[in-house]
Ligand binder design. Structure first.
Ligand code: ADP
Length: 197
């Protein structure tokens, strides 16, 4: 029957396409994992995907290793390919928690268009807010290879310059929520649950 294709297509679940925003060290990764398990959607961390590529020694890994170790951002085109391929996998069909993407305004536009291509929109962008001195202390305490003080400070600088403007972008689209991330892990998870609704 004409006009029934859309109605017969499988319904797209509401409320589960979520972006976590926040500075490095804000605890996004930990929270993304816990919330994703609760919601039954994948936690997608672009940082983790890139680190895996580096460990594997793949073409992508070789290209991004030096950039990551300096605290700079991988270029938007490369990240668009990575994210488009990941979101096309069936487990991300009804939802996901994205951690570490988008990190620039062009990446936010790319995400919108990837979702629009599948007839979807973002449900929430949640900023996990943590004071700066707490971030530096946390980052230096976790001992990752790319976590020297100089690199941590560079990542924070890049965050303020390139990623912070995304809060305005998502506020304008009425999907932004802010959560105070300066609290015990369980308390922050609780606040995020409320923000997801
Ligand atoms: P952190 O949580 O410490 O900020 P991530 O684990 O999310 O870091 O990412 C580590 C590194 O991977 C970043 O410093 C950057 O070089 C690269 N990276 C990850 N996601 C992106 C992205 N969306 N755009 C550009 N570079 C990225």
């Amino acid at each position: 029957m004409a006009g029934c294709a859309a109605a017969e297509a499988e319904p797209v679940a509401e409320g589960k396409r979520i972006v976590l925003l926040g500075p490095p060290g804000s605890g996004k990764g930990t929270q993304a994992g816990m919330l994703a398990a609760e919601l039954g959607v994948p936690a997608i961390s672009t940082g983790e995907m890139l680190r895996d590529a580096v460990t594997l020694g793949s073409e992508l890994g070789k290209r991004v290793e030096g950039i990551m170790n300096s605290g700079a951002l991988v270029d938007d085109e490369t990240m668009a390919d990575v994210v488009r391929a990941r979101l096309a996998r069936p487990d991300a069909r009804d939802g996901f928690i994205l951690d570490g993407y988008p990190r620039t305004l062009p990446q936010a536009e790319t995400l919108s268009s990837i979702l629009a291509d599948g007839g979807r929109t973002l449900d929430r962008a949640i900023l996990v807010d943590v004071p700066e001195d707490e971030l530096v202390a946390r980052a230096l305490g976790r001992g990752r290879a790319d976590d020297t003080e100089e690199v941590v400070r560079e990542r924070l600088r890049v965050y303020h310059e390139k990623t912070e403007p995304l809060t305005g972008y998502y506020e304008a689209r009425e999907v932004l929520r802010k959560v105070d991330g300066h609290a015990a892990i369980e308390r922050v998870t609780e606040r995020l649950r409320e923000a997801i609704g």
